[in-house]
Write a protein that binds this ligand. Structure first.
Ligand code: AMP
Length: 284
């Protein structure tokens, strides 16, 4: 299939297109991704079309958010397949910057969002949110969107980006999109392809654990009463647990009991060699 999408790899070319759009009073929505696109990403693109007249999808595997020994080298990359999917649902521009457009020689800046990025994924992946905040800042400055859309799948990341945008007065609205799941409940992720056949069958237990725990929390049972039994089951099934926590949905402050205010139940595990994260809203 020949791809007709407008795909740009240089910041200078992006600036030209962006200026033309601005001149014509178009609004821009940006959906940042690392590629290996699936229906979760595409749902954000569809959302983008409903809120802006022009949609940019960025595809950039950001080395700064991978730690030593993580999966940067093997992270799935298939630009042609991604472009095919995007062409099918329609986007106005794909920004797939060359690495030197984001991190030119001598690049030395790290954007560090404190507080909300500490704990949860920030505890086990200390490099991660600095890398995310740095690349997202650059992508926002390059694309100058009116709206940037991120998935609730990476819930802590969404809040870190909201904090970043608020703190730096970046002129963009941040929108969250709901988690897209397989029919058995497993949240779609580019990393799911690493799962062995057997682990793929086990993986939906994560979502089930979230659902059953939420049901208990809504009945007034506390996290410390309900969590250990659930985590035992997950560990027996082969999961290595990183965290399983109830947090305030806006501040991520730790909670033990659901008390009526919006809360989020978040889990991170490794199954085989695959890190899986998931979360659900807890709202009465
Ligand atoms: P990634 O390519 O993994 O960096 O993800 C790019 C964007 O897609 C992020 O904002 C993710 O939160 C979002 N995303 C990833 N998986 C899903 C999913 N299953 N449902 C909705 N959004 C998702």
């Amino acid at each position: 299939m020949s791809i007709k999408l407008n795909t740009i790899s240089k910041f200078a070319d992006l600036k030209t297109t962006r200026s033309t759009w601005r001149h014509n009073n178009q609004t821009i929505a940006l959906v940042p991704t690392m590629g290996a696109l699936h229906e979760g990403h595409l749902s954000l693109v569809k959302l983008a079309h409903t809120v802006a007249s022009k949609v940019i999808v960025s595809i950039f595997v950001n080395p700064k958010q991978f730690g030593q020994g993580e999966d940067l080298d093997e992270y799935p990359r298939d630009l042609n397949s991604d472009l095919g999917k995007l062409e099918e649902i329609g986007v106005d521009l794909v920004y797939a910057p060359d690495a030197d457009q984001i991190y030119p020689h001598g690049f030395s800046t790290v954007i560090s969002v404190t507080g909300i990025s500490e704990g949860l994924c920030g505890a086990s992946r200390p490099h991660f949110f600095g890398g995310v905040a740095t690349v997202v800042t650059k992508l926002l400055l390059h694309c100058t969107p009116d709206i940037a859309i991120f998935g609730e799948k990476d819930y802590q990341q969404l809040l870190v980006i909201r904090r970043l945008v608020t703190d730096l007065d970046l002129p963009v609205d941040v929108m969250g999109g709901p988690i897209v799941r397989e029919s058995d409940g497993l949240a779609l992720s580019s990393r799911n392809i690493y799962l062995s056949k057997q682990d793929r069958q086990t993986a939906p237990m994560l979502h089930k654990a979230l659902m059953s725990t939420r049901a208990q929390l809504l009945k007034g049972v506390s996290m410390h009463q309900v969590a250990s039994q659930t985590t035992d089951q997950l560990i027996k099934a082969g999961f290595k647990l990183d965290y399983f926590e109830l947090r305030d949905a806006n501040t991520l402050a730790p909670m033990d009991q659901y008390g009526g205010q919006p809360a989020r139940l978040l889990i991170a595990t490794t199954l085989g060699r695959t890190r899986l994260i998931d979360n659900i809203a807890v709202i009465g």
